[in-house]
Design a protein around this ligand. Structure first.
Ligand code: SF4
Length: 270
């Protein structure tokens, strides 16, 4: 039996914002990659062949609603409705879903939950989206990321932008990574057939700054057997991986906090 608490499908690395401390390193992608609807459907087939059960099937970006063709993917997930408990959508409320995307999401009823990162004035469609969700009895969570940093969700952001081996002792990395929220939540991330144990591992790997070791991720289409893939996944959280050596999230309890979503200038803003 293979289960996980969280499975995050990443449709796109494109984002409407350009946050200086983006923990997923999105501003560093010059040409943000994007998965096609067909690629995501193929990944979803593979995931639900490997996994017996997923608690929360999540869609996270970038900003997922820049994709504009997620309606068919949301509907496709229904083929596996019995194998996941909830459909979770993460958005920064800068852009509304298309009418078709909204319709497909609302068809999930109580199974749908929307997580809104509320960046104050930057989240310009927040009120409109909240109104739609309220009218349709959809559960949502507003994560406050504006105003005084102490009052922000989790006390503000951590700076995870060094993107290099922090050269910390192995013992410290092992101890801290075991307590990492991504580990506790078993928050796996998938993009174009590459399944990683956390977001940092996926995004650093896609950036090419941290080449994962063998067993740090699973390539769903590398020709190895389902059993071999399952064995690697079962050990995902057994010990820290290469990306943990590059990561400040593992020191979350003691790490300095910063006000969220301070914007970088875009190259054409000058
Ligand atoms: S790289 Fe390691 S410490 Fe960082 S978020 Fe992932 S599991 Fe946690």
């Amino acid at each position: 039996m293979l289960k996980t608490k969280r499975m995050s499908i990443v449709p796109t690395f494109a984002c409407t914002l350009r946050c200086k401390l983006c923990s997923n390193h999105m501003p560093l992608f010059q040409n943000p990659p994007r998965a096609t609807a067909e690629e995501m459907k193929t990944d979803i087939d593979s995931l639900f062949t490997l996994f017996d059960h997923i608690e929360w099937l999540q869609f996270v970006g970038g900003e997922i609603f820049t994709h504009r063709h997620l309606d068919e993917v949301f509907l496709y997930c229904k083929n596996y409705s019995a194998q996941f408990d909830r459909l979770i959508i993460e958005t920064n409320a800068t852009i509304l879903p298309t009418d078709k995307e909204l319709e497909s999401l609302l068809s999930y009823g109580e199974k749908l939950k929307v997580m809104i990162s509320d960046y104050g004035e930057l989240s310009k469609v927040r009120n409109q989206f909240v109104e739609i969700l309220t009218q349709n009895n959809v559960e949502y969570n507003l994560k406050k990321y504006h105003g005084d940093v102490m009052g922000q969700h989790f006390g503000g952001w951590i700076d995870n932008t060094p993107c290099r081996d922090l050269l910390e002792p192995d013992e410290y990395v092992t101890q801290q990574a075991a307590r990492c929220a991504q580990v506790r939540l078993e928050n796996m991330h998938i993009f174009r057939g590459k399944l990683h144990r956390c977001s940092n591992s996926l995004f650093l790997s896609e950036l090419g700054v941290c080449v994962p070791n063998r067993g740090d991720f699973v390539d769903l289409y590398d020709g190895t057997s389902q059993e071999e893939k399952r064995e690697i996944i079962k050990r995902f959280y057994a010990y820290p991986r290469k990306s943990c050596h590059y990561c400040t999230w593992k020191s979350g309890d003691s790490a300095e906090r910063y006000s969220a979503a301070e914007q970088e200038a875009r190259s054409n803003d000058a």
